[in-house]
Design a protein around this ligand. Structure first.
Ligand SMILES: Cc1cc2nc3c(=O)[nH]c(=O)nc-3n(C[C@H](O)[C@H](O)[C@H](O)COP(=O)(O)O)c2cc1C
Length: 174
């Protein structure tokens, strides 16, 4: 079984998980933008990991575009976000991102990191605006990721943990 692990990561969490998965599996690992679909099609198992930005999973547009060329492959997707894991929130992310031909692909969640000082100016301003908007709500009405965002504030948080890899590794071996 030949496998490849691809990541689309702006701030490093999806990349970190992809590299940990590569260590565990011995699969090749690279950034999605470095690899052509022709190369990817040489592998039996394709794992794609992407950060979540405003509820969208990075890298999925590539998969949507090329899914017909990868029909006979075992495809697994994981995403990294600031939110703690919650089943309902995960279902919403899945429904929002994995429609049509992507709907049967298994999706896993690995909690990522959050550091406003490391963000691009645009992202930092976006997150500040988001925080301001969320701050107007009653804390009891916060979504899980909104709560995480408010708790993190300006401090750097890193929730990456190898424990999130176990279900992905089981799916690869299934
Ligand atoms: C502009 C922006 C929007 C974000 N939106 C979400 C979100 O909707 N849900 C979430 O859980 N995390 C969100 N995050 C946090 C990122 O998902 C988190 O930092 C993750 O580690 C990103 O993956 P990466 O480190 O591989 O880039 C957002 C971060 C930024 C900068």
């Amino acid at each position: 079984m030949r496998g490849i692990i691809l990541y689309k990561s702006k701030y490093g969490a999806a990349k970190k998980y992809a590299n940990w998965l590569a260590e565990e599996t011995g699969f090749v690992c690279d950034a999605l933008e470095n690899i052509s679909v022709g190369t990817i099609a040489e592998y039996d198992v394709i794992v794609l990991g992407g950060g979540i930005y405003a509820s969208g999973i990075a890298g999925l547009s590539f998969l949507k575009k090329h899914i017909d060329d990868l029909q006979d492959k075992k495809i697994i997707v994981f995403c990294t976000g600031a939110s703690p894991y919650e089943e309902k929130a995960m279902l919403e992310i899945k429904n929002h991102n994995m429609k049509g031909k992507l709907s049967n692909i298994p999706l896993f969640y690995c909690r990522g990191a959050w550091d406003m000082s490391a963000m691009t100016v645009i992202d930092r301003n976006l997150c500040k605006m988001l925080r301001k908007a969320v701050g107007k709500k009653a804390p009891s009405e916060y979504e899980v990721w909104e709560q995480a965002l408010m708790e993190a504030g300006d401090s750097a948080c890193d929730w990456t943990d190898k424990k999130y890899l176990a279900p992905i590794l089981r799916e690869i071996q299934r």
